[in-house]
Design a binder for this molecule. Structure first.
Ligand code: ZN
Length: 163
């Protein structure tokens, strides 16, 4: 089932998501629908926040052929190293790309769809994507890292597009 995506500057994107207490069938159904929504968009990452579910859950697939689905429940970055600049985009901010500096290498700890803990080391696109999606769970958008002027221009562009 495709889920409606919230678009910037929707205030619901600013909600801080709460941890998932139990990974049950309702969570697994949401994960399935989030993958479907992300692939359909198409995108390489989607946070539950973006589909108006304010729980700590993200789905990612940075492959070109939908072969590497990755689901992170209650993700936590436990190590960060180096700097990396990347041109980022977001399904909640359509047709907009800007360079953001993130950590180059990260280690993340999370639960999988079975509720089991795992750790994952990531860098480059995957690392950037994980950091971007975890930000969503904290109500942060990549545009928040841009200059005030760029943010103002983006808001004006968004308003114009709505009219
Ligand atoms: Zn995003």
């Amino acid at each position: 089932m495709l889920l409606p995506i919230l678009f910037y500057p929707d205030k619901r994107l600013r909600t801080k998501a709460v941890p998932i207490k139990q990974v049950d069938d309702s969570i697994r159904t949401l994960v399935k629908n989030m993958f479907e929504t992300m692939y359909d968009a198409p995108g390489i990452g989607l946070a539950a926040t973006q589909v108006n579910h304010h729980i700590r859950l993200i789905v990612i697939d940075v492959s070109e052929d939908q072969s590497s689905p990755l689901c992170l429940i209650n993700p936590e970055i436990i190590e960060k190293d180096g700097d990396l600049e990347w041109d980022e985009g977001c399904l909640s901010v359509p047709n907009y790309y800007e360079c953001v500096t993130r950590a180059n290498h990260i280690k993340v700890k999370a639960l999988n769809e079975q509720g089991e803990t795992f750790e994952l080391a990531a860098s480059d696109l995957l690392g950037v994507c994980i950091q971007h999606e975890i930000d969503h769970l904290d109500g942060i958008l990549f545009v928040d890292y841009l200059s005030k002027l760029k943010q103002k221009r983006l808001l004006e562009k968004t308003k114009k597009a709505k009219q």
